[in-house]
Design a protein around this ligand. Structure first.
Ligand code: GLU
Length: 378
């Protein structure tokens, strides 16, 4: 048989984020499956023997799944408190399992737990980047998961697919590999005859008419094909190609063999944390802008000043994400606000110079700085 052509996007990648789902790490009866963890680790360790030894960040689900049996839970609980208890117990077990498995290759692992908040606050974002980068520099394998134990329902990523896309962007990866129990995206229900695997998605136009299925599914994980396609959309839009395949084909996929579905990049790399602000943050309030401010923010690339704000809603603190609305109530942008909600009302409609004279230089600042703001289209 002639060797199939290898995927250039994969073989040239120097930094790869690999995401694995809960159902690919657990046994049918529940609990971590040591063999499946080992098989994944074998595939990742093999990459290190490639002459260019690409760096890998592993985003692994499985904390909640691993915590169920030890806590006497027969299935994934519906309430957040018990899910968090399971994640707390399971995360330790999960990392212990990886630690032992990577130790077979002399590789150290480093646990990194992120929340959506870490994703959108500048200081946290930089810090997360530095830690991940440092682990890679020191030859360790970062193992990322959502910090399930502290995230509340509103701010939870919920699925690690989107988290993985944002981590890929955060660490400036050249490739994102999503591993699950399905071996790619199909043009119909994979269980039905006649549907076939889509090998390459060149852009959103290739997805028109593809039935992606429902987000939720029974079992231990939370993601479905919808969250994977959404993750692929975020990553490819940020210039990172994505391979979606089965965990059992990880080694082939990472060797560049054309398994699963390759989503080609559609966009170019965008400014650092703004992707997180758009996709990972939950706004804590809204600011309504007059028409002049909308034009300045949306088309002029300007910061939002107090003079352009007509209304404030929500309970937020300085540094929180807020949505910026036009007078018609449509969201035009999202940004990190520089004032607490209770400080803002008396500043509205007033010029920064006036405010500085009356209240002091600290009040001369923008309500949302242009560097902390992402214009939302559509
Ligand atoms: N963070 C969750 C866990 O580790 C999984 C989220 C997901 O299923 O993607 O259990």
């Amino acid at each position: 048989m002639v060797d199939q052509l290898l995927r250039e996007e994969v073989v040239s990648a120097r930094r790869i984020v690999v995401k694995v789902g809960s159902s690919s790490l657990t046994t049918a009866a529940g609990g971590l499956d040591a063999d499946r963890v080992d098989a994944l680790v074998d595939a990742l360790a093999k990459l290190r023997t490639r002459p260019d030894a690409p760096e890998v960040v592993l985003v692994s689900s499985g904390a909640i799944a691993a915590g169920l049996a030890p806590l006497g839970l027969a299935k994934r609980p519906k309430d957040l408190a018990r899910q968090q208890a399971a994640a707390s117990v399971g995360q330790g077990l999960l990392v212990a399992r990886y630690t032992a498995s990577f130790a077979r290759y002399g590789v150290r692992v480093g646990q990194v737990l992120l929340t959506a908040e870490d994703a959108s606050r500048r200081a946290h974002y930089r810090n997360a980047y530095r830690t991940l980068d440092q682990l890679l520099t020191m030859g360790a394998m970062p193992i990322v998961n959502e910090n399930d134990t502290v995230a509340t329902a509103e701010i939870k990523f919920g699925d690690n697919d989107r988290l993985a896309a944002l981590v890929a962007h955060l660490v400036r990866a050249d490739l994102l590999v999503l591993l699950s129990d399905v071996d790619g995206l199909y043009d119909g229900d994979p269980a039905k005859p006649g549907s076939s695997r889509i090998e390459v998605v060149h852009g959103p136009e290739d997805l028109a008419g593809v039935e992606i299925g429902s987000a939720g599914k029974a079992g231990v994980g939370t993601g479905g094909m919808v969250t994977k396609v959404e993750a692929a959309r975020i990553a490819t839009g940020a210039g990172i190609p994505v391979v979606l395949t089965a965990a059992s084909q990880a080694a082939d996929a990472l060797a560049g063999r054309p398994t699963g579905t390759l989503f080609q990049r559609t966009g170019s790399r965008s400014a650092d944390r703004l992707l997180w602000l758009e996709h990972a943050s939950s706004p804590r309030g809204t600011l309504t802008l007059d028409d002049g401010a909308v034009a300045a923010v949306v088309h002029g690339g300007k910061s939002l000043l107090p003079a352009g704000v007509t209304r404030v809603e929500g309970e937020f603190a300085a540094g929180d994400p807020v949505d910026l609305l036009g007078e018609n109530g449509h969201i035009v942008a999202r940004g990190l606000v520089n004032f607490d909600a209770r400080e803002l009302p008396r500043l509205l409609g007033r010029s920064t110079r006036e405010l500085a004279q009356e209240l002091g230089a600290a009040y001369e600042r923008e309500v949302v700085h242009r560097d902390d703001l992402v214009v939302l289209r559509g």
